[in-house]
Design a protein around this ligand. Sequence first.
Ligand code: IVH
Length: 698
Amino acid sequence: MYEKEQTKALQENTTKWLLAVNKESTANVTIQLIEDLRDVLRFHEYRYYVQNDPLISDAEYDALYKLLEKFEKENLSLITNDSPTQRVGKGLVNNFPKVQHLVPMLSLENSYNATDLLDWDRKAKELSGLTEMEYCVEPKFDGASISLIYDNDKFNRSATRGDGITGDEITLNTKQIKSVPLTAKFSSYGVEQIEIRGEVLINKSNFKKYNDKLMEEGIPPFANPRNAAAGSLRMKDTAEVSRRNLEAFLYHVSYITTTDNRQPNTHSGMLDMLWNLGFRSPKKEMIVVKGIDKVIRHVEEFENKRDTLPYEIDGMVIKVNDLQLQERLGMTSHHPRWAIAFKFKARQATSKLLQVEFQVGRTGAVTPVAKIAAVAVGGVTVTSISIHNEEYINEKNLMLGDTILIERSGDVIPQIVKSFIELRNGDETAIQFPTHCPVCNHLLFKPEGEAVWRCININCKAQVVERIIHFVSKDAMDIKSFGEANVRKFYELDLLKDVPGIYSLNFDTIGNLGGFGKKSLENLQAAIGSSKTQPLHRLIYGLGIRYVGETTAKTLANAVDHLLEFTQFSEEQLLNLEDVGVKVAGSIYRFFHDEENLQLLQRLESLGISLKNQKKQVNLNDALTGQTFLFTGSLSKLKRSDAEAKVEENGGKIVSGVSSKLNYLIVGDDAGSKLEKAKKIQTIKIISEEDFIKMLPA
Ligand code: IVH
């Protein structure tokens, strides 16, 4: 999309603008100056959201963005609809007027195996009179479909699929998707008006983060990223849409008016055009092949790669590549004859809801868990599924004995999609919610405005045990070889009563219990010992403060030198921390003003557990000291900002470009020019994300 020369000029301009931040006066701002800054911002949005290869830090982008906002605020008449500032949600309320698509949004015919594809290819050859067809094969993105209309290079309107003829106008929400350009030079291809179709997605890692946050707040999660994407597009609050980090793949031109003949005449050419104009089309994910045999081989290979992709796909789409031929083949009222979907094996299955058990978690929340007839979904046998809370049971209209549809997408926990009410025979019974704690028999309580019933007996055995299990778990203090079973066993035998008790276990007694070899006992003792110096964020997460997940724990750890400093924080100060809202701030405040919690922290400290932010100490013998690092392409395990933070935490430095000063280039998927450049400099070590993770201290 950006030529070499343009990139160079924009990089130079970026430097100029970065130097101007804070200094620039708004008095003599001209339209040219504002447009120049907008171009710089658009360029960096493209590098970040489309190419996954940013050239400046988030903080630098924010500074430039704020400067543009300042210019515009004082020169309101110079604001244009395509300014990068006009994407941002301002909390406007949408009410989604209905709009008609320029061309009906049809569905696709499905195929499930090689025979289906051979049949379809035979028919396509018969209809076109050819002996061999050229196909474009691309992923079938599993999200929510949208259409976009551009008029004279400007983004004009966007709509959901709706009934295929009319959809909901969601232009404001679509503007929150940063990979959708607000202007695109279609005129350079002789295009006046164009309607493009695509799919809006939430990638797997953002989806998981979002669902974890919902569950932390006691809200049932989305069953899959598709539902989350579709739900997000229909949100009333555009600012919330923006926070959800939606992405869009554009894969089809459905309508076009032109001034001349400069447009591509193949589907793959159209994907190239979209890519060149700054859209995220599946240019890099598609292949063009001749003959159905190669198609079959490719779709089968791709199915094996399905879980390694950062987003969900539910199959592949095979399209006749020649656009004239597409027109000749035409459509039925349901689907085009020039395309077919190849559906991957389902990640849904039906089962029976046999009974419901009620589990008490570490916060006292009573969670109903459905026990279902064993069924294989997505390669895993599922026998129980959390059904979250009473409201959820009512909403999904679940009864014991129901036939249910379950889904397990990717590494997401299994969910019940629905019950088949039409299959009921009258033997089904209602799910009874208990009035008393199933573990300690204390009366249950439901705070106003919440959906979750809680056992409020802080000494309830279930809660104590779950708190200890959480504390030793992998994402918290990571005390290896402790595990759930040992916590339960030691608790039952009265050897362990609470979290600090972990650090005063009597190993002689445990040794005499039997079942522990000398070596395993030594390992357990060593793991407990070394957990005393775990980074502060792990301890904070391990404490199980309500609404404090791993991300918030990191934010909190970075805000202090010693954990007990939080006893001095006001709720307002807590609210100033990133991603800490009113509910979270209140919970943290209460935790650090509760006498029992403070005693617990003091006991932990006296037992040798570090409550300090040890960053500075770790630096003394840092693993990456003095080395420079640069990331390129998309990483699959770490978020780029987390990976960069890890470099800095461990004494390394992030540099912005490839030069002889660079020691390590970490290469993710779809790495581009940086990789090529680095290959030419022999001193640079080019390593994978896995190699990088191995360099970090365990
Ligand atoms: S082409 C006129 N290409 O799958 C045909 N569709 O099950 C336009 N989908 O409604 C569709 N990935 O929402 C096409 N690469 C892709 C796709 C794709 C996902 C969706 C689309 C369609 C549905 C049919």
